[in-house]
Design a protein around this ligand. Structure first.
Ligand code: UDP
Length: 387
């Protein structure tokens, strides 16, 4: 058995993928998880016979063959495809805004708006709202002002406590205006939810003789830092892979990092269906951003019962009763600069790898997190082989 041991902090998707790859390469891996369950924010569990996502709807989608193939070793996806609708100016329309949304919202001017869009953006499948707003055309100005105000402004202000042009443009560009009738939320080759659920999938990934998992254990309390090393028991032979927020690891040395958090209220309703799509957005509502009906994405066939989750964003604060989990790194330069101080400081530790959505302080999707984890596993193993 190889002498070097890996300590992984956090059992989210990044931590478990790396754990599995290192375990398969013959290394002993200990995973420390401070929560009372594995699977990070992908954790799902059964409520009244329906599989729900404790930390909000997680839908896998990717066009990356390597990621898809890797995950297929552990899960089988159902055929769910995300189609979202939202109440814009009191009308239920497809989101992202597509040609059908335009038909519903502008019954008198729809043809002209669609024609102008095609003229200004030929051969382009979509256009981000902040780009559309720059176009010098009277009708498109009226259209983009309306969409900006009714679809983006209130939703984004609730979500980020900032206006769309005060956050990184890539955030609102995730939901561009679609220049066709295409009505799917994602554009990827593979999409779905694991039929057996995420938590079961994580159990399978972790089911390896070289992996030990310790839940209910906050590694921060047992980690030691000496000279250029970070370790639990054996300074010379342990390598630490940290997937959590860096301010926690370094005890807020450079102040707290800024995150947005979410609060979920789950409700079981005694009716077969609550809404047509899995997710309905509420840009108009003063408090909530979306309602998810889980059955519509797990595709479970349950009569006279359904579970919905209402989503309310807020500022992350570990002492808050509602918003005490970090979900989204704040997408501003100021927030990232603060993070960069931690990132530079972390380089001092020669046996530390920092990764994951929290560790990297990056708003990435599940498949990007998996891709990063696969790449980092290879890098770690190459570094080990050099030793
Ligand atoms: N957004 C919006 N209105 C909507 C949906 C999204 O303004 O109806 C903006 C908002 O700023 C949000 C971003 O687009 O944070 C990205 O939305 P997405 O659905 O990708 O967010 P996620 O599912 O990652 O929370």
């Amino acid at each position: 058995m190889k002498k070097r041991k890996f300590i992984i902090i956090g059992s989210g998707i990044t931590g478990v993928v790396i754990a599995r790859n290192l375990a398969e390469a013959g290394f002993k891996v200990d995973i420390y998880e401070k929560r009372n369950h594995i699977a990070g924010n992908m954790y799902d569990y059964e409520k009244d016979g329906i599989l729900i996502h404790k930390y909000g709807p997680h839908i896998f989608h990717t066009s990356d063959e390597e990621v898809n193939e890797y995950m297929n070793k552990f899960w089988k996806l159902n055929k769910f495809q995300n189609i979202v609708e939202g109440y814009v100016n009191n009308k239920l329309v497809p989101i992202p805004c597509n040609f059908k949304s335009i038909d519903i919202l502008f019954p008198d001017k729809a043809e002209q708006i669609k024609n102008n869009l095609k003229t200004f953006f030929p051969n382009q499948p979509n256009v981000p709202i902040l780009e559309l707003k720059k176009i010098d055309n009277e009708l498109l100005k009226e259209f983009s002002d309306f969409i900006y105000k009714n679809l983006f402004l209130n939703y984004t202000t609730k979500m980020w406590n900032l206006k769309p042009d005060e956050i990184d443009e890539s955030v609102t560009a995730r939901i561009p205006i679609i220049l066709s009738y295409k009505n799917t939320y994602f554009n990827d080759k593979y999409e779905g939810l694991p039929i057996d659920g995420y938590t079961k999938t994580f159990e399978k990934i972790l089911n390896h003789e070289n992996i030990n998992v310790y839940i209910n254990t906050d590694a921060i309390n047992i980690l030691k830092m000496e000279d250029d090393k970070i370790f639990i028991d054996d300074k010379e032979n342990e390598v630490v892979i940290y997937t959590g927020p860096l301010d926690k690891l370094f005890k807020n040395k450079f102040d707290q990092l800024d995150y947005r958090s979410l609060h979920f209220e789950f409700e079981t309703i005694n009716q077969t269906k609550f809404q047509e799509t899995a997710v309905v957005n509420y840009p108009d509502d003063p408090i909530i951003t979306r309602i998810t009906e889980y059955k519509n994405m797990t595709l479970q066939n349950v009569e006279n019962k359904t579970v919905i989750g209402k989503e309310t964003p807020g500022t992350y604060d570990e002492k808050s009763s509602k918003w005490n989990e970090p979900y989204y790194p704040l997408a501003t330069d100021e927030a990232r600069n603060k993070y960069n101080k931690y990132k530079d400081f972390a380089k001092k530790y020669t046996n530390l790898y920092v990764c994951g959505r929290m560790g990297l302080y990056k708003y990435i999707n599940m498949d990007q997190a998996i891709k990063n984890a696969l790449d980092l596993s290879k890098e770690i193993l190459e570094n080990e082989n050099k030793k």
